[in-house]
Write a protein that binds this ligand. Structure first.
Ligand code: HEC
Ligand code: HEC
Ligand code: HEC
Ligand code: HEC
Length: 526
């Protein structure tokens, strides 16, 4: 028997001869996952339909509703990540005050919250200020692609509309008549074939990637599947530009590799086609202060983890986020997919690291997270300085270097790259733990690029912008703590910060949506 094909990574750890697994009587070494024969419909998307057959997994999945426990850096409280306006949970010290500045001109600048459990995904989607609530036409101003990672209903809709689905208005699928927030949020059908309960993919972009990279789901190992079901959503993606395929279809930018440098290279193409018919750089939006065409990174957990200490050793996402447990005398996988640090005993880790205490293991996680957070905050501030330098140099009326245009082209590229690298770590949800070396290396490159952008902008203006950039960045460009779609309608608000002044106010408009409810057009806002 080939021991490397052992499916549970505790077995991998034992194979490596580094740990005892004496406390692991609950750990399976089965090569095959259990297969069932249920009478659940093959196209089922409601969680409740699985309750009778699998009461234990179902009950454990309901724990994803827990949304009050914080850990040092993460946890399940959906606080605003940038600010002290909507107060951070008591005692929490790790806000990222510059988020709204860095995403200015993009809906992410309106609201960005800490993630909580899977059972909230639809509710949090319909309530986030990134999706539009205002204006009599009731348009969401976001494509349906944005719902892709929130519900198995995407399978039903994709069957109905095909690739036209992606660019349809997100509000088409928002109401209670379209989706049940409680029963059709991310659930069993996103990861399991309802009839056999084998792991399966619902995600079109991941299926596309497997095809592009010549991989066959049915031939992958059980252990790879125990991570890839998560990689359906916990990954970086972008929406196809209409010049290059079905508009707004989600794609994983992995063709050059999964590191930030690979993605940065990938994104030098795949945008709108130019006159010669070649696709130009991909951009998510133009930054409102610097005008630079930016990329927004989204939660690259899988890409970060895959070559970290655990990913490289064959440990899977499920090993740490779905530990084995006992329920009614049976061994099951915990379906409470949350922070392993919420368990005082750190049992998920000690399935393998049985020779270590919970305190030691927790200490190792926090050690990495502190180093990562400290550098993240520095890289973030440097990115703000880089935008400001390019803005000042663009508007500079004094004498310019003869190489001004080329220096500015390079400066813009360095702003774009610096922020992409910062966001790769910022949007990744483990604060460095999934891959400590990659996190710090990426932040180092981010800082280097942002500094370079400042240098180039200085040179382009023959150091004329120097005095305006001297000193503490928090004084030159203070953090924007408050901003929202509603505030975009307020000219006074847009006068309250030097960068907000650069935005054009939205026309006054009534609120037409409240969560999943369409308030009658023109009715007073609730
Ligand atoms: C070796 C164990 C381990 C593995 C393997 C692992 N994680 Fe994690 N993960 C952690 C730890 C520890 C944290 C930090 C939790 C905290 O700070 O509270 C974390 C954090 C997270 C978070 C944020 C949790 C929160 O509270 O907001 C997400 C999401 C996540 N991991 C997803 C994944 C995915 C997806 C994979 C596989 C691609 C994966 N993890 C692999 C240990 C692991
Ligand atoms: C995000 C993906 C995901 C979701 C959502 C999910 N599961 Fe699972 N489930 C898994 C993984 C991964 C395993 C482990 C499979 C393996 O080890 O081969 C698993 C295992 C199982 C098993 C096999 C026995 C066990 O406990 O290991 C059953 C039964 C099961 N899940 C039922 C459910 C039910 C019921 C729901 C919905 C309430 C659900 N799952 C939701 C990923 C998921
Ligand atoms: C269908 C898409 C999807 C799949 C598949 C998926 N996730 Fe998630 N995950 C999300 C979304 C969306 C959120 C945030 C939900 C919210 O905040 O409302 C989330 C949140 C989380 C969190 C944070 C929970 C907390 O309590 O803070 C963890 C941890 C996590 N996922 C781990 C996993 C793991 C491990 C897997 C694979 C076994 C997985 N996810 C599969 C979309 C997905
Ligand atoms: C399924 C088995 C398994 C689980 C679960 C697991 N680990 Fe590991 N861990 C390993 C293996 C294998 C290695 C790599 C071999 C080595 O470095 O000795 C490792 C390495 C480590 C290292 C050294 C990392 C480095 O940079 O070299 C730390 C720290 C660690 N694990 C902490 C944790 C924590 C904390 C958890 C729970 C959140 C956890 N592990 C869960 C198997 C596991």
């Amino acid at each position: 028997m080939n021991r490397l094909t052992f499916t549970h990574a505790a077995a991998v750890a034992a194979f490596l001869g580094i740990m005892t697994i004496s406390a692991c009587s609950d750990v399976t070494t089965d090569l095959k996952a259990p297969v069932y024969k249920t009478s659940i419909r093959e196209d089922e998307t409601r969680m409740s339909a699985f309750k009778n057959d699998f009461p234990d997994e179902y009950a454990s999945y309901q724990k994803n509703n827990e949304d009050e426990v914080m850990t040092e850096y993460k946890g399940s409280v959906a606080y605003r990540k940038n600010d002290n306006v909507n107060p951070l949970p008591k005692g929490f010290r790790y806000a990222q005050p510059y988020l709204k500045n860095l995403w200015l001109g993009y809906p992410f600048s309106f609201e960005y919250n800490e993630a909580r459990g899977h059972t909230y995904a639809v509710e949090d989607f319909v309530n986030i200020d990134r999706i539009n609530r205002y204006g009599a036409d009731g348009k969401g101003l976001l494509p349906t692609t944005c719902i892709n990672c929130k519900t198995p209903k995407m399978m039903t809709w994709h069957k109905e509309y095909g690739d036209k689905l992606w660019s349809m208005d997100a509000n088409t699928f928002r109401g209670k008549d379209k989706i049940s927030a409680a029963d059709e949020s991310i659930n069993c059908a996103n990861c399991h074939n309802p009839v056999t309960m084998e792991l399966r993919l619902y995600s079109e972009p991941l299926k596309d990637w497997l095809k592009r990279s010549n991989q066959d789901w049915d031939k992958l190992s059980r252990n790879e599947k125990r991570s890839l079901v998560c990689a359906q959503c916990h990954v970086e993606y972008y929406f196809t530009h209409k010049d290059n395929g079905p508009a707004a279809k989600p794609v994983f930018p992995w063709d050059e590799g999964m590191d930030p440098e690979d993605m940065y290279r990938y994104y030098t193409g795949h945008g709108a086609k130019d006159a010669s018919g070649k696709p130009g750089p991909f951009v998510d939006w133009a930054h409102a202060a610097s005008g630079v065409g930016m990329i927004k990174m989204q939660h690259p957990e899988y890409e970060t983890f895959i070559d970290g200490p655990h990913g490289a050793a064959g440990v899977s996402c499920a090993d740490c986020h779905m530990q084995y447990q006992r329920a009614g005398g049976k061994k099951i996988s915990s379906h409470w997919m949350t922070s392993p640090l919420k368990d005082a005993e750190m049992r998920a880790c000690r399935q393998c690291h049985a020779d270590k205490t919970a305190d030691f293991l927790r200490g190792r996680v926090l050690y990495t997270q502190k180093k990562t957070y400290d550098q993240l905050i520095r890289a973030e501030a440097l990115s703000v300085r880089a935008h400001e330098a390019v803005r000042l140099a663009r508007d500079y009326a004094g004498a310019r270097s003869p190489g001004y245009e080329e220096l500015m082209r390079q400066a813009r590229e360095m702003v774009r790259k610096g922020q992409l690298f910062w966001d790769y770590v910022s949007a990744e949800n483990s604060v460095g733990f999934h891959n400590p070396a990659k996190a710090l290396d990426t932040l180092m490159t981010s800082a280097e690029c942002s500094r370079k952008a400042v240098d180039l902008a200085m040179e382009a203006t023959m150091f004329g912008i120097g005095p305006s950039l001297a000193g503490d960045i928090e004084k030159i460009v203070p953090p924007i703590l408050e901003h929202s779609r509603k505030l975009m309608q307020s000219p006074e608000h847009l006068q309250s910060h030097p960068w907000l002044k650069l935005l054009k106010p939205f026309p006054p408009a009534p609120q037409v949506w409240d969560g999943q409810t369409r308030i009658i057009s023109g009715a007073p806002a609730k």
